[in-house]
Design a protein around this ligand. Structure first.
Ligand code: HEM
Length: 403
């Protein structure tokens, strides 16, 4: 019997998320599940999903960086963007955006804007009740405001962007074909609306050119023999949503972890360097869990045979807690010395384009937050996790702030 026949989901969509971690508890703490697999082998085959789950650091790196053997195509709800195309089209699409994500450009043009936005959010949130939902007040609005500015699209649409991002990042309510179909319909509507927005923005610039990232895409399409309008719309949509839920979870995971690990004072005094602590948050609680791929031909990883067309998930969160690479991986240690780099932003041709932006937002936010508040405590005994095949972290995070 072929492995496809064994999956027991005749005609149904196959979830990317393993059944073992699809529950609330599993989403909150997937690490024992990764460990259980890793103790046996760097990867395992899951017949229920007809998918290989890769958990050892080296094997994960192999699966996400060997793009000719493992493609990112057809693994995302947005087809045709830089994230879901192969070379050479991927490089063309990345080239249309990358100047706007260079650290030097971001520092000069965006750091002052990020500072201003953080001040506004802090002024508003800290003047009222000392109980706030960190996710609603800071972690959600900040990335959306900044990416809307960077893409030069109206920030009045913020609430709509937020809904689109959440819809596109979420997992079905249950592992059933009906739940998949319902979610797919919602995601298709969100994608349609997003593309309409960018279509209108392109029309505006064609009538009256403005120098910005959208204009760069219009020129790129004109000069290219490979890229068409559907790629441009997919690329812009991807840029708008890729950094929202991810950066939200980065900020929320940091606030949660800093309190849980009792390091707020040391961060305020500078005894623990902020960027080291943030780097460790990204390793310890990586906001993006999987690197999704499909084998382009019969191949193997760590001696395990994988057939063409089979799905392979390189679990970044598992790699980042591999004990062969990170000593005491389940401990948060901002003074850790690294022999190999953690891979929360992926690796290879699809390495996160927005990593410098996410890091800058987190740095600017915490420089100000640590300065403006004396202390905070997480005001719930039960963290409510984001249930998703992609994202790790709290969906809401009530905190009590002392300022
Ligand atoms: C902490 C926040 C973030 C995390 C953890 C994160 C994580 C990732 C990861 C793991 C990938 C690679 C996926 C793969 O190989 O399958 C990726 C790709 C990408 N990310 Fe991020 N991301 C974050 C923030 C952002 C931001 C702020 C943006 C800005 C728009 C962004 C834009 C992108 C894009 C465009 C790609 C595709 C790159 C390509 O295919 O060449 N990300 N991200």
């Amino acid at each position: 019997m072929s492995q496809t026949d064994e999956r027991g989901e005749a005609g149904g969509e196959k979830p990317w998320i393993p059944h073992e971690i699809a529950s609330r508890e599993g989403q909150l703490d997937p690490y024992p599940f990764f460990k259980e697999i890793r103790d046996e082998a760097p990867l395992r085959y899951d017949p229920r999903r007809d998918t290989y789950d890769v958990v050892g650091y080296d094997a994960v790196v192999e699966s996400i960086t060997q793009h000719e053997r493992f493609t990112r195509r057809n693994t995302s709800y947005i087809n045709g963007s830089l994230l879901s195309t192969d070379e050479p089209i991927h490089s063309e699409l990345r080239g249309m955006a990358q100047d706007y994500f260079q650290p030097g450009f971001l520092k000069e043009v965006y750091e002052p804007k990020i500072k201003a936005r953080v001040d506004e959010l802090l002024d508003r949130a800290l003047q009222g009740d000392d109980h706030i939902d960190f996710v609603e007040e800071f972690a959600k609005p900040l990335p959306i405001l900044i990416i809307a500015e960077l893409l030069n699209v109206p920030s009045e649409k913020m609430e709509t962007f937020r809904k689109w991002s959440a819809t596109l990042a979420t997992a079905p309510s249950e592992n059933s074909p009906e739940a998949f179909a319902a979610l797919e319909e919602k995601q298709a509507t969100a994608m349609g609306e997003l593309q309409e927005l960018f279509d209108a923005e392109i029309d505006r610039r064609e009538a009256s050119p403005t120098e910005d990232i959208i204009m760069n895409h219009i020129r790129g399409e004109r000069d290219s023999e490979l890229v068409d309008r559907s790629n441009v719309l997919a690329n812009l949509s991807m840029l708008l949503i890729a950094g929202n839920v991810t950066t939200t979870q980065y900020l929320a995971n940091a606030v949660w972890t800093f309190e849980e690990e009792d390091v707020i004072d040391e961060l305020q005094s500078g005894e623990i360097p902020l960027m080291d602590a943030l780097k460790e948050v990204l390793r310890y609680r990586s906001p993006v869990m999987p690197g999704k791929r499909i084998a382009t031909s019969d191949t193997e990883i760590a001696g395990v045979r994988i057939e063409e067309g089979q799905r392979v998930v390189g679990w970044l969160s598992a790699a980042n807690r591999d004990p062969d690479v990170f000593e005491n991986p389940d401990q948060f240690d901002p003074f850790r010395e690294y022999t190999k780099e953690p891979i929360p932003f992926g690796k290879g041709i699809h390495y996160c384009l927005g990593a410098p932006l996410a890091d800058m937002e987190a740095r600017v936010f915490f420089e100000k937050f640590l300065d403006r508040v004396d202390d905070w405590e997480v005001a719930t005994d039960e963290i409510d996790p984001f249930v998703s095949s992609e994202i790790y972290g709290p969906r809401r995070l009530p905190i009590r702030v002392v300022s």
